[in-house]
Design a protein around this ligand. Structure first.
Ligand code: 5GP
Length: 212
């Protein structure tokens, strides 16, 4: 029987570049899949329903919660976001390794309910760097930058609960910082694929044939 896929949860503070890292990972390594979450927030320009997110109403989200359809869900910045159990089950059953790019609360829920989940936390190289990145976006007010920095402090304090820490270097220090971070995530996925546990069936067959 083919191996079941594994779940990798990736999180980190807003502005650290985690979605860019995940996009780069999928581009460079198409054998990894990304789960599409449900959210109650409004689509941003350019976002496509069913691709970026499944955009749902508050009522629909309530229904999904009542049906116990979520693998995990959380309130993030006044909206709700959740990963559907069905999406996770289908991908893992098909033997695909699946990435969830979700907030810290969701990652902690996932790691608590399943010890086979691998947690990856993306850190900025420094506070100064993160602040500069948030300002550079140009979409945040001074007040929202202050609120976000406070949240970052809380989020980084949870990083000790993850299995792996990735530092997203500044591109001015390392022009290929995004590629490096994406390849480091892929190295973690590869290491998981090479564990004895995931290769036991193969080894059993090999040894059986060698001893025949
Ligand atoms: P955005 O609205 O900017 O796309 O995402 C806001 C935050 O929600 C990000 O930190 C993102 O990782 C998180 N998020 C996206 N999907 C999910 C999900 O399914 N569950 C949880 N817990 N967080 C999510």
């Amino acid at each position: 029987m083919a191996n079941r896929g594994r779940l990798f949860v990736i999180s980190g503070p807003a502005g650290v570049g985690k979605s860019e890292i995940v996009k780069m990972l999928l581009k460079r390594h198409p054998d990894v899949s990304l789960s599409v979450s449900c959210t109650t927030r409004q689509p941003r320009p350019g976002e496509i329903d069913g691709v970026s997110y499944h955009f749902v109403t508050e009522e629909r989200f309530d229904e999904l919660v009542a049906q116990d359809a979520f693998y995990e869900w959380a309130h993030v910045h006044q909206n709700r976001y959740g990963t559907l159990k069905e999406v996770v089950r289908k991908q893992l059953d098909a033997g695909h390794d699946l990435i969830l790019e979700i907030d810290v609360q969701g990652c902690l829920q996932a790691m608590a309910q399943d010890p086979t989940v691998t947690g990856i936390f993306v850190c900025p190289p420094s506070r100064e760097n993160l602040e500069a990145r948030l300002r550079h976006r140009g979409t945040e007010t001074e007040e929202s930058i202050r609120v976000r920095l406070n949240n970052v402090a809380k989020e980084c304090a949870t990083a000790y609960k993850y299995h792996y820490i990735i530092i997203h270097e500044d591109w001015s220090v390392r022009p290929d910082a995004l590629e490096v971070a994406a390849d480091e995530v892929y190295a973690i996925i590869t290491a998981q694929r090479r564990t004895l546990d995931r290769n036991r069936a193969f080894l059993d067959d090999l040894n059986e044939s060698l001893n025949a």
